[in-house]
Design a protein. Sequence first.
Length: 812
Amino acid sequence: MKYIHNAVEKKWQNYWQKKKVFATNENPQKKFYNLEMFAYPSGDIHMGHCKNYVIGDVYARFKMRRGYDVLHPFGWDAFGLPAENRAIEAGIHPEKSTMDNIRISDESLKSLGISYDWNREIISCLPDYYKWTQWMFLLLYKRGLAYKKEAYVNWCPGCQTVLANEQVIDDKCYRCEATIEKRKLKQWFLKITEYAERLLEGLDQLKGWQENVKIIQRNWIGKSEGCDILFKVMEKDITFRVFTTRPDTIYGVTFMSIGPEHPMIEDLIAGNSNESAVRTYMEDATKRTEIERIEKEKDGVFTGCHIINPVNGEQIPIFVADYVLLEYGSGVVMGVPAHDERDFQFAKKYDLPIRIVINPSESELELSSMTHAYEEPGIMVNSGQFSGMESNKGIAAVTNFLAEKKLGGPSVNYRLKDWLISRQRYWGAPIPIIHCDKCGVVPVPENELPVLLPKEIDNYLPKGKSPLEAVDSFINTKCPTCGSAAKRDPDTMDTFVCSSWYFLRYLDPKNDKEFCSKKNADTWLPIDQYIGGTSEHATGHLIYFRFFTKVLYDAGYISVDEPATNLFNLGMIMKDGKKMSSSKGNAVPVGQFVQKYGADVARLTIVFAAPPEREMEWSNEGVIGAERFINRIHRLVTENKSSVIRNKPTSFSKDEENLFIKINQTIAKVTNDLESFKFNTAIAALWELLNELYSCNKRSTVLGYGIYAFIHLLSPFAPHFADELWSTIEGKDSLEEQEWISYDKNYLNNRVTTVVIQINGKVRSHIEIEGGATEDSIKELAFKDEKIQRHLQDKKVKKIIYVPGKILNIVV
RNA sequence: GCGAGGGUGGCGGAAUUGGCAGACGCGCUGGAUUUAGGAUCCAGUUCCGUUUAGGAAUGGGGGUUCAAAUCCCCCUCCUCGCACCA
């Protein structure tokens, strides 16, 4: 008799729903916030998406059974490029497409039996959600953390919108892979850089985050300590502030480079003879993509102006050079060719002087034989009063010297840039700002939120500026301050804004007065376990939502300043060596799979194939194994139904005792493995117990108890099947309503232990001992052992090492 | 280039305060049952050695140790992140 999954799985899903088994306890005693990352509704949901849900579900169910009041919600990141691009492909209005997809996706998740509290489902493209996204924007605006500026920004010609730095991967768009261009546009930014230091420091307290993710974030924030130096331009009344980490090389400066986008260039070149040459260079440089700029030989053009070195009064030429980044430091760099490789190449190309000011401590550099810059520390030379000083000390000395003379001083720079959130796209939360000719930028008053995204729109296709600009009823409005005609900001917000605060909305999803009450926030925060793919989110979402948390903390709305104490990062599901996706044609659809094999087989396949944090290959072999596992359990239980008992047996034979020990060991192992996300080895332990129960040739109370325990342990992984088995052994209700099974500490150790006998570290024999055998008695047994005696012939025993209960190593 | 992680049978993977390498699964081999099975059950399955005795083996080389997949050094390959950050 084979197990038929379809009817059974439906039956239990209905039962869970009817009995509200997964409804959140509003007044938790022992709260546990278990959250899987927000996902965009793709409609054709496939196994590649499911790992997140399945792993999170196993953990949530386990925690519930351990007596926690678990909050396990889910919702949809429904705005933004992924959802909109999909809608455009299908030629369907984004709202219809998104809501249809959500319906399908919800069905799929329900068919997998994920233990969400569906009453708390949130959908970020609905007004009752994005009202609060807009509210968040206004909060940031009020706190001076949202501002509009004109800047060179990443423009995706495919998606026809600007993108944040975090959305540009290798010079390409993260959604459509078009090569990114630079455009000078006026855009909204969030001042995440103001939180750079706290985002960096906060990482230290995140003990439950993998070191790897923290390292990536540290690098992304890119703190760099150094010194600012003020340089005066000789020909004009201009002073540049220049950041350097190597003020000890200040005497080696032989030129100055300024980035081609720098706004001061116009002032520098005005009226100079090479004005037009510089303009041409600037235009060419701005047109190049970042990769083109990196890959080509470093070049530049002389501006006609000079700068004065503040420590020795030298006059130094100023170049415009496109290897200088406008966004880092001040966009002006001092050129020290002897001690910086880039400057070295530049100086060689233009035959600029190279002056050695640092020598290695053991030798002296020879200018004529130098092929590369010397970037290591050493001894300062040709450096005025600092000559002879160790360069590492010289950094502080020169910095102090400059500070005293008011020519500069210590400075810190971050690689992190402000977060560009404007999008010239239809499918997003409108930016709640009104532009008035008289009053300027005016925020929409809170009581007028949400600023609704108009549903009726002739053309929502991206076309380089926001489609909302063409919707008169939307764009034309009155200034809230002076009442005269004004226009709304036409852009929508980056979808990562929506996902920066969603974890708070689950705490109070129906509240129409606040994004979340303080009480609920204090009850549930922080997220106890956050689960998802971190590699793709390490520098985006996971920084953004930390940033939002800190802002809300500062504003007094929540009492934590880090959102999640534990973060578990998942590896992706692959198929044929590639990431599973419908566009690559290697997707295994959830609907079809569940129909054919059942949700529990899907779940078991995912958890057994590989450790959750590792990438896993979806294979038919894995499915076969999971299927066989279920059928084997089914047979065992049906054949022994009548002998199942729920109480621990109290008396047994020696064989039965060994089995009882195995049962207790398995309970302990599965419990520990569940706690630490080692789901694959938990299943392996269950297989072991299953095989052992199978090989019992005698029906006994221990076997009966073993089956009882097995069903318990199986339930987080295959909940429908376990509940069904539970009911066939006359269990009441669902296992979800039962406490997690405990083990008997007195039956964790085997009665008989095997001591390995080694000679010179090689295994030669085994001795089985019962109870506590002394070292001497083991030695005695070992030397009587036939195999050992043979190996010891003609040899002298030098030393004997005994590891209690494990190994006896005889050294000869 | 810099940073991080990894390399274990035919395959997915176990084993980390150093203590029997290869748990568990897949596949494969043999058998049982079944009138044909991608079903089920039993047994075997790292490699070399006909069997036994034994030997070799955790990317390669060296070291520490009674004992190394595990610790240290050198090399190599793979994956990921960052990449003109001054």
